[in-house]
Design a protein. Structure first.
Length: 305
């Protein structure tokens, strides 16, 4: 969910426009990038002792509990007509996204996984073309082809040569889920504060994971200490703090300017994966990662022109 919050850049939000250097905004962006990039690595550490569903449950049920406290205190209530849209977006953006990403990262390294996830703006632009009537254009299709070509290279790149990894397709599915959720949320963010929408999504999105709570508690009790610390890290930093600092950045910068910084997440995730886990990307995988981000840039920059 971490890098996918770049979806907020595609919706109208209230921002504090400032020209020049903003130290607070820059600090918030740095914290956001570091926390979200590191999450891909910590997920890899936690998988094994925890199944993909158990890891999703441990992370997002806890985050949902934090969101519940916020909602009880501030009571931001959506309109009745918005609950169905909010619920569908939440289930896609939390439960479905987390399980697909966690399952994919069982074999896909942290860096490549983050590059695949960051194709989400391409999916968002494609869906918005049909659902919202937004223009896509020739450059949009060119960028889409480049991004998906990069994902294909990541999916077949391995130390032993060409070998299709189906889990890369699951991570692409996670990106698709977050893109659909971003389009569904667009009207909601015009009527509710971004933090309120995020809190409702965390709470509602964690509900499908409730049946896995007993097994998750047992798995956490049997897991090594580093796994429990890893889950705590995921709940506190990429989820709670990461979303808060992202909201601060969106408040002080334009949404487009803030979102551009998120292209730094995949390279940072790759670097952390190399330093922490010794994950060295293959040459073909590195080319695929560059293509994936290049395609996203083409879609975003050239469509605006």
């Amino acid at each position: 969910m971490e890098a996918t919050m770049s979806m907020a850049a595609s919706v109208p939000v209230s921002t504090k426009q400032q020209g020049g250097f903003d130290l607070v905004a820059f600090a918030a962006i740095v914290v956001t990038i570091l926390s979200w990039a590191s999450s891909f690595v910590v997920i890899r550490i936690c998988l094994g002792p925890l199944t993909p569903i158990e890891l999703a449950t441990a992370r997002y049920v806890a985050a949902g509990a934090i969101a519940l406290v916020y909602l009880v205190i501030y009571r931001p209530m959506p309109e009745k007509r918005d609950f169905f849209r909010l619920s569908v977006a939440a289930v896609l953006f939390i439960a479905a996204y987390a399980v697909l990403l966690n399952t994919g990262e069982q074999t896909v390294a942290a860096g490549p996984a983050s590059f695949i996830i960051n194709t989400m703006p391409v999916f968002t632009a494609l869906i918005a073309t049909f659902a919202l009537g937004e223009r896509f254009g020739r450059w949009g299709w060119v960028g889409t082809a480049v991004s998906f070509g990069g994902v294909a290279l990541i999916a077949v790149a391995s130390d032993s040569g060409f070998k299709l990894d189906p889990n890369a397709v699951l991570i692409l599915g996670a990106a698709l889920c977050s893109a659909i959720a971003s389009v569904l949320q667009k009207p909601l963010l015009g009527r509710l504060p971004a933090l309120a929408v995020t809190a409702w999504i965390l709470l509602i999105g964690s509900v499908p994971l409730f049946p896995a709570v007993p097994a998750t508690i047992q798995a956490l009790a049997a897991a090594p200490a580093e796994v429990n610390w890893g889950v705590a890290y995921l709940v506190i930093f990429p989820t709670a703090i990461g979303y808060l600092t992202w909201a601060i950045a969106l408040k002080r910068l334009t949404a487009a300017r803030a979102s551009n910084f998120l292209y730094g997440v995949p390279p940072v995730a790759t670097l952390i994966g190399f330093v922490w886990l010794g994950e060295t990307p293959t040459a073909l995988g590195a080319v695929g990662g560059v293509m994936a981000i290049l395609g996203v840039l083409v879609v975003n920059v050239m469509r605006k022109r």
